[in-house]
Design a binder for this molecule. Structure first.
Ligand code: NOJ
Length: 556
């Protein structure tokens, strides 16, 4: 049921074409280069049936909101059948939909509705592990000689009965769990309910490639590939050395330098095979890779010997200290590693990390938004960032995330950034008519899309303006990046395309700053984070108010 690309733009209401024309003439850049990705965490986006959990019909009902915001692609986190030990990242059937979210017909309706609006859909693909309830694992654990035994990673205990290696699970504790019935350990990079598939087994590879084809045939435009750097482990199961930089309070898995069970070279051949499948479909399908790695290591995920991911997620804005010099260095380091064929990308947050508004504060979150949407590279917005949602404290009795349950109190739990989307002023913020699965933020009556949409100075208005500007200005969407630097606490950089320059200046401080604005041909303020200076010309020094960022462009 592949969707012809000619169908993607059919029947668009006329207001969708204004103010942005998605059929712009920049044909040599793909949609995933020019465009903006929006991450939907389905449980928390929109509930359509009152059970307190978001679903596929809910996403469909909110699509016009995403069109108004101006994004291009919707990445939908897992919707597969799952016991929900890790909220859908523990899959029991890769080619179906969990009844909580709907069914395949609801999925098809969603894909159609997304394409009718000229948007794209990116699905989460979880190749590293299944659920322990997946029929493959149930078979695999049933006996040592079951044909599916080798689909997972089973090993004998050490002579003293302890696990085969010292590898630690991402969620705490040994990454090996013992199966009494068959007397062996199985490996799980995450929860013990998430056994790792053995990607060295050709049948596993074929089965998992079939999953890609299933969804590509159903019309998805790409995948966000989960935990890809975990896909392959050392065959000799060598112990990881201790990382001397690890400090108590950090994630337990980082106690080791994970050289033997993470980022192994053979992963690149697997990614290349996924890419070959994606490329065999018409219509610019694409792959985003999730690998939280240092920049140098991340670069290999664009492909080694053969094309890899179109976009290996760059999480470094999430991980870096919020300091203009650190961010300038980060941008330069990243840019310096990219070859001309490698397209950058930036992310401020996701369903696994504390929200940006909590990390940097509400005022600097506006600076972060301007940074995200003016840097070279595809931006991904995590739902709720556009209204400045912050982490929500979760009372102990409402904790859902297994990570928090396994290693409580370290601040690793992910529920605070997964609370329901705040749409309007109604009792449950327009998210549900029932009891939301996680508490709503206390500020939902004030901080929501409906209220902010009518406030010309709101975070939502800032996101809309930034997105509109990025679409209007090819210099921002596809232009070159020209050196990031600092003047005191102000981060500056420039963008360039077809003889048109843009300067960005971001005040990371709570004090007024005056800086030298540089180029004479970027003296008109196109946008301020305070949304009140558009059109102002800078004649000498550029004055920035506390926490203010501006985009400067030519006076024509
Ligand atoms: C990364 C996902 O984003 C996260 O939510 C999940 O727990 C792990 N991978 C395991 O699938």
């Amino acid at each position: 049921m592949s969707v012809p690309q000619s169908a993607l733009r059919r029947e668009q209401p006329s207001w969708l074409l204004d103010p942005f024309d998605r059929t712009d003439p920049l044909r040599k850049f793909s949609w995933w280069q020019r465009g903006i990705v929006y991450q939907v965490y389905p449980r928390s986006f929109q509930d359509s049936n009152g059970d307190g959990i978001g679903d596929l019909d809910g996403i469909r009902l909110r699509l016009d909101e995403l069109v108004k915001l101006g994004v291009d692609a919707v990445w939908v986190s897992p919707i597969y059948p799952s016991p929900m030990a890790d909220f859908g990242y523990d899959v029991t059937d890769y080619t179906n939909v969990h009844p909580l979210f709907g069914d395949l017909a609801a999925f098809d309706r969603l894909v159609d509705a997304i394409h009718q609006r000229g948007l794209r859909v990116i699905l989460d693909y979880v190749p590293n592990h299944t659920s322990d309830q997946h029929p493959w694992f149930i078979e695999s654990r049933s006996s040592r000689d079951n044909p599916k035994r080798d689909w997972y990673i089973w090993r004998d205990p050490k002579p003293d009965g302890t696990p085969p290696s010292n590898w630690i699970s991402e969620f705490g504790g040994s990454a090996w769990s013992f199966d009494e019935a068959t007397g062996q350990y199985y490996y799980h990079a995450f929860l013990k309910q998430q056994p790792d598939l053995n990607w060295r087994n050709p049948d596993v590879r074929e089965a998992m490639f079939g999953v890609l084809r299933f969804w590509l045939d159903r019309g998805v435009d790409g995948f966000r590939v989960d935990a890809i750097h975990h896909l392959i482990e050392d065959t000799e199961l060598r112990d990881n050395p201790v990382d001397p930089d690890w400090k108590p309070g950090q994630s337990p898995a980082r106690r080791h330098a994970r050289i033997f069970n993470l980022d192994r070279e053979e992963v690149h051949a697997c990614i290349a095979a996924m890419r070959a499948i994606t490329d065999s479909y018409p219509g610019e399908r694409m792959l985003i890779g999730e690998a939280s790695l240092p920049i140098k290591q991340l670069m290999a995920y664009y492909g080694v010997n053969a094309p890899g991911f179109h976009l290996p997620f760059n999480f470094h804005l999430i991980k870096s200290r919020w300091d203009p010099q650190v961010i300038a260095q980060l941008i330069e380091e990243y840019e310096s590693h990219l070859s001309p064929e490698q397209w950058p990308n930036w992310v401020l947050g996701n369903h696994d990390r504390p929200r940006v508004a909590s990390r940097v504060g509400p005022e600097q979150a506006r600076i972060a938004a301007m940074l995200l949407l003016t840097l070279r590279g595809t931006p991904t917005i995590y739902q709720g960032e556009e209204i400045g949602m912050a982490d929500v404290p979760i009372p102990p009795e409402r904790v859902q995330d297994p990570w928090e349950k396994n290693v409580p109190g370290l601040g690793l739990g992910r529920d605070p950034e997964r609370t329901p989307m705040q749409w309007d002023t109604s009792a449950k913020a327009g998210f549900t008519t029932g009891e939301p699965w996680l508490p709503l933020s206390a500020d939902h009556a004030r901080r929501n899309v409906a209220v902010q949409m009518h406030d010309p100075h709101s975070m939502y208005s800032l996101y809309r303006e930034l997105i509109a500007l990025r679409r209007r200005e090819p210099t921002l969407s596809v232009g070159a990046h020209v050196k990031a630097g600092t003047q005191g606490p102000v981060l500056t950089y420039q963008r360039y395309h077809s003889e048109r320059w843009i300067t960005v200046a971001l005040n990371f401080s709570g004090e007024m700053q005056q800086i030298e604005p540089g180029r004479l041909d970027t003296r008109r303020i196109l946008l301020s984070t305070h949304l009140d200076r558009t059109g102002e010309d800078v004649t000498s020094l550029l004055t920035l108010r506390p926490h203010e960022g501006v985009v400067l462009g030519p006076q024509f």
